[in-house]
Design a protein around this ligand. Structure first.
Ligand code: CUK
Ligand code: CUA
Length: 672
């Protein structure tokens, strides 16, 4: 429907497809209509060509929507148009040196970076500043290379968490102790199926997934600072609660829920129903307030309704007050979960101490990120060119929630996400302008709302950044040297690879404060990325202590550690066989094993090697068996031997000069 011209249907009622140019124009017109302006700010003339792309390439080609609105800073290197004029001088200017981001062979990066994989469903681990990919941790996705989702344990975990074949991971959050990353866990949401997973950072492996009742889509996800007492998850899509067929045609009755999860048991503790919608979430640094951004407080079901109003409410949840109500039994139970009424008219929100404060914020904002000192929550305007600064201390005292907004700098078009250095600066991604803007937080609090005074500089990125993240900015220990812009589009920056382009993560050095057009920010590297990470979180290498081999004590009582001596076949009954085998370079504890056609076979395999980096696999062709066994690890695989014959079990990791010879023979004897 959308791609045809409704004016000119042919004789069969079909219409001509619109050409590409028309589609772009329509998209721009739609955006321009929605983009809110800040009073008194003049829009500069839009540039019609982009630098570096050649004269044939127009702004439209890189989807810089908003021609009529103008582009703050212009496009030609963003220098000197005066659109953000009045750039203030930072007095802490340093020498201007940028350290080498290339890490020499054999040396290590200074930081770990954990990227969400988007609808790839995984977490990707990078070294910063080299941007080398170190590994990937499958989370919501099955992954042959790590045998994840194949062995009984991970297969059952995925099945019990709904049995979906994929997930959409957006927001990784590192566990904290005293506001500092403690290197224990990453928690991450699944936007696609309303789940939250926990990744164990000792083994770099997903160890729990909770399928959250009463919600459809979990977008925002964060831990509670400073001590990870809860994990919070926001349902983005409003649905009937419970979504069992009731109220399907009454969108007024749909709801969004704020969910609290116990990080140890991964049980859902309670939920809070709100008016409007919920989106991205971040915790203060004192264990009291949790802020949620929101678009679509209109409670619309179509885009025109969702973007109708000039304001949406940021919701501030008073977590201890909610916990008190739960403890006192003041809730309704839905699908086994205590659900608290946090709507505006709820008795829980009358009087001086509401459990949810609704803070009106312009316009369909995209996120909220709390400053490392815990003083402010920054809400990027998306359709408003501003960031709203919420003073967290005022949440408890302000009579009018609107009074908690203590600053609103005008930063540029399409602000989405904000991150921080260790020197009082904020950095905000500008999706439409394709820039990162650096600004001074305290100056933005003292300046008039809508002022560009706090802007220190802007740097072009390529193109359309979503999240940006600086090193350790989500903890109380920001480092202030590196920042990554996770750009959604790469356009012509890399060799073409067919119609699906890589994203482009760009590394920017932010350690220098300079009085120039970028405020000292310097672009140092482009990095093509498989689609489609949304966010990343970085920790100093000293914060993470991965194991080099498994500790069998960690699975004692659950799985047998199989030695060479006790490798064996045990018949349990007429149709059940247990096979136990060790594995080492270059042999399995059993050179062959025999089962009967129709048997249910459980393999228990232990890698008895003690040396780090010696991983073995066990694959059985035509039986879809795929185990990956790190040193000292034991895995199980259960299957039915329903096809008689000879099957060569082999090792999938090239582990020694006799790797190819490293086999075992499974003989399935035919039933009579
Ligand atoms: S959302 Cu994707 S760019 Cu899921 Cu954090 Cu902003
Ligand atoms: Cu073990 Cu190859």
């Amino acid at each position: 429907m959308n791609s045809t011209d409704p004016e000119n249907p042919d004789e069969e009622g079909r219409t001509e497809p619109k050409d590409a140019e028309t589609l772009i124009e329509e998209h721009e017109a739609q955006l321009n209509e929605l983009l809110a302006d800040v009073e008194g700010a003049d829009a500069p003339e839009a540039e019609s060509h982009l630098p570096g792309l050649g004269s044939g390439v127009t702004r439209r080609d890189v989807m810089k929507a908003g021609a009529a609105v103008g582009v703050a800073g212009g496009l030609a290197g963003c220098a000197g148009t005066g659109a953000f004029g009045n750039a203030t001088t930072d007095t802490e200017s340093s020498s201007g040196d940028v350290p080498d981001h290339k890490v020499p062979p054999g040396e290590h990066d200074e930081y770990y970076g954990f990227w969400s994989g988007g609808h790839g469903g995984d977490i990707r681990v990078y070294g910063i500043p080299s941007m080398r990919q170190l590994t990937r941790i499958p989370v919501f996705n099955r992954e042959g290379a790590k045998g994840y989702g194949y062995d009984d344990e991970t297969d059952e975990m995925l099945e019990e968490a709904g049995g979906y074949t994929w997930g959409d991971s957006h927001h990784p959050s590192l566990s904290e102790t005293d506001g500092k990353y403690d290197g224990e866990y990453i928690f991450v949401n699944d936007k696609a199926n309303g789940r939250v997973a926990r990744v164990n950072l000792t083994y770099f492996e997903t160890d729990a997934i909770v399928d959250i009742p009463n919600v459809q889509s979990v977008h925002g996800c964060c831990i509670q600072s400073p001590n990870t007492e809860y994990v919070f998850a926001n349902s983005e899509f409003r649905t009937p609660v419970p979504n069992d067929g009731r109220d399907v045609n009454s969108p007024d009755e749909y709801a969004s829920l704020f969910t609290a999860i116990d990080p140890d048991s991964m049980d859902v503790l309670w939920q809070v129903e709100v008016d409007g919608q919920l989106d991205i979430v971040d915790s203060d640094k004192d264990g009291r307030w949790v802020l949620s951004s929101s678009y679509n407080d209109e409670e619309g079901v179509e885009v025109e309704e969702m973007t109708r109003d000039d304001r949406d409410d940021v919701k501030a949840f008073d977590v201890p007050a909610i916990q008190e109500l739960v403890d006192a039994g003041e809730y309704e139970e839905v699908n086994g979960v205590p659900v608290i009424d946090g709507t505006k008219s709820s008795p829980n929100n009358q009087g001086d101490n509401p459990i949810v404060r609704y803070i009106p914020t312009p316009k369909s904002p995209h996120c909220v990120e709390v400053t490392p000192d815990g003083n402010y929550g920054m809400v990027a305007g998306k359709l408003s060119p501003t960031v709203s600064i919420i003073d967290i201390e005022k949440l408890a005292t302000a009579d009018d929630p609107a009074d908690t907004i203590v600053g609103q700098p005008k930063v540029g078009l399409g602000p989405l996400h904000t991150t921080y250095d260790d020197r009082g600066h904020a950095y905000t991604s500008l999706f439409i302008d394709s820039q990162v803007v650096k600004w001074d937080i305290e100056e933005a609090v003292t300046a008039d709302k809508g002022s560009e005074e706090p802007i220190l500089g802007k740097i072009d990125v390529h193109y359309n950044p979503g999240h940006i993240q600086a090193v350790q900015a989500m903890s109380t220990e920001p480092q202030g040297d590196w920042l990554v812009a996770l750009n959604k589009l790469s356009k012509d920056r890399f060799l073409p690879v067919g119609p699906v382009f890589p994203d482009n993560d760009q590394l920017i050095y932010i350690g220098n404060d300079k009085d120039d057009e970028t405020g000292g920010m310097e672009l140092v590297a482009d990095h093509p990325v498989y689609p489609e990470p949304h966010d990343a979180i970085f920790a100093h290498k000293d914060k993470i202590e991965p194991a080099r081999t498994w500790d069998p004590a960690d699975y004692e009582g659950e799985k047998e550690f199989v030695t060479e001596e006790n490798s064996r076949v045990e018949r349990v009954d007429d149709s059940t066989v247990e096979v136990y085998a060790s594995v080492k370079r270059s042999e399995y504890g059993l050179r062959d094993f025999t089962v009967q056609e129709g048997d249910e076979v459980t393999l228990t395999i232990t890698n008895i090697e003690g040396s780090q980096d010696i991983v073995h696999g066990l694959a059985i062709p035509e039986y879809d068996v795929n185990l990956a066994l790190a040193p000292q690890d034991t895995r199980q695989f259960t299957f039915t031997a329903d096809e008689p014959g000879v099957y060569w079990a082999y090792c999938t990791f090239f582990c020694s000069a006799l790797h190819l010879e490293m086999r075992s023979r499974m003989i399935v004897e035919p039933a009579d």
